[in-house]
Design a protein around this ligand. Structure first.
Ligand code: PSU
Ligand code: MN
Length: 301
């Protein structure tokens, strides 16, 4: 499998510097242009400020990239023709020479092949609510990939549009450690809390580093999910989010949105319905995850 490294990422790897993988669906489908470019650049800056090197992963014209040059980032962020690629979509995009953005699943897969152990994102995909008024049966491949790819994914939990108790159950069945960083509750992306207690929590970076290192030392096949709640000053209340999500979900169902298009649609609708507030929140939590991931990568060495 051929991966093309940017000169910065290659130099970091040659010199044994800590590297943090970043996904690209958050750029192509998570934020509008040009806000997405600003976020991508800030994300890189936050990681560099901690002494680590960011490696944004994407498929550009059929080539797997680990670390993007400015023009590649611009293409990904501004072209309306970028496919959201989970793992199963990679052969298609590569063989057809297309440009694709990687999700948590496909970013983890490529990061592991590149030897990168830590990956920062916003939120992971999960089990959708299957009950009436929900999205129907739909489980993100992010969970399957977490079960079989040894990368520590730092995320602010998952959005409460998902069935969070079911998501936690699947992670348990898949033997994925779910560790709260300075929390003992599963964070619900926009909110710090969900009412769901976590099986493990790390009170500080040292404790987190030890848990993650023990996982890698055992060569367990799975990844780890490090749950880093949104900072207090940016967090929304569960009531506020619930109302917005209900409205966004109703819109999505009326518009006939299904499958992989669901998350991007919901993110856009939430942003519109909240007058831009949810995007600000999403932005803040992503940067916060970048910072924690960079510290973790540094401590793992
Ligand atoms: N959740 C978010 N923002 C996102 C995503 C999820 O709050 O941008 C993206 C991530 O790339 C994630 C993917 O891996 O959506 C999950 O999509 P699906 O449920 O179709 O597997
Ligand atoms: Mn799905």
């Amino acid at each position: 499998m051929k991966i093309e490294y940017s000169s910065k990422v290659k130099a970091a790897m040659d010199n044994g510097k800590p590297v943090v993988a970043l996904e690209s669906t958050i750029i192509s489908h998570g934020f509008p242009y040009p806000e997405n470019i600003a976020l991508a650049n800030e994300m890189e800056a936050v990681i560099e400020a901690e002494g680590a090197v960011p490696a944004t992963i994407a498929i550009i014209d059929g080539v797997i990239k680990c670390g993007l040059e400015e023009a590649e980032l611009k293409k990904l962020a501004s072209s309306g023709d970028v496919m959201k690629c989970s793992v199963r979509d990679l052969p298609l995009v590569i063989s057809e020479g297309k440009t694709g953005a990687t999700t948590v699943a496909s970013t983890s897969f490529i990061a592991a092949k590149a030897g990168i152990k830590v990956f920062a994102t916003g939120g992971i995909g999960g089990v959708h609510r299957a009950e009436e008024g929900g999205n129907g049966f739909d489980i993100s491949a992010d969970l399957l990939e977490l079960s079989r790819t040894p990368v520590a994914v730092v995320a602010a939990g998952a959005k409460s549009i998902l069935d969070l108790p079911a998501t936690m159950e699947v992670l348990e069945s898949y033997s994925v450690p779910v560790i709260g960083y300075e929390t003992d509750e599963f964070p619900a992306f926009h909110c710090r809390t969900s009412g769901l207690k976590l099986p493990a929590s790390a009170g500080d970076m040292d404790a987190l580093g030890k848990m993650v290192a023990a996982h890698f030392d055992m060569e367990l096949p799975s990844g780890l999910l490090v749950c880093n709640p949104i900072p207090h000053e940016n967090a929304m209340s569960e009531e506020e989010v619930e109302g917005l999500i209900k409205a966004a979900q109703e819109e999505a169902i009326n518009a006939g949105v299904k499958g992989a298009a669901m998350t991007p649609y919901i993110l856009g609708a939430l942003n519109r319905l909240s007058g831009g507030k949810t995007s600000e929140v999403n932005h803040a939590l992503a940067l916060n995850n970048g910072k924690v991931a960079a510290k973790l990568a540094a401590i793992l060495g």
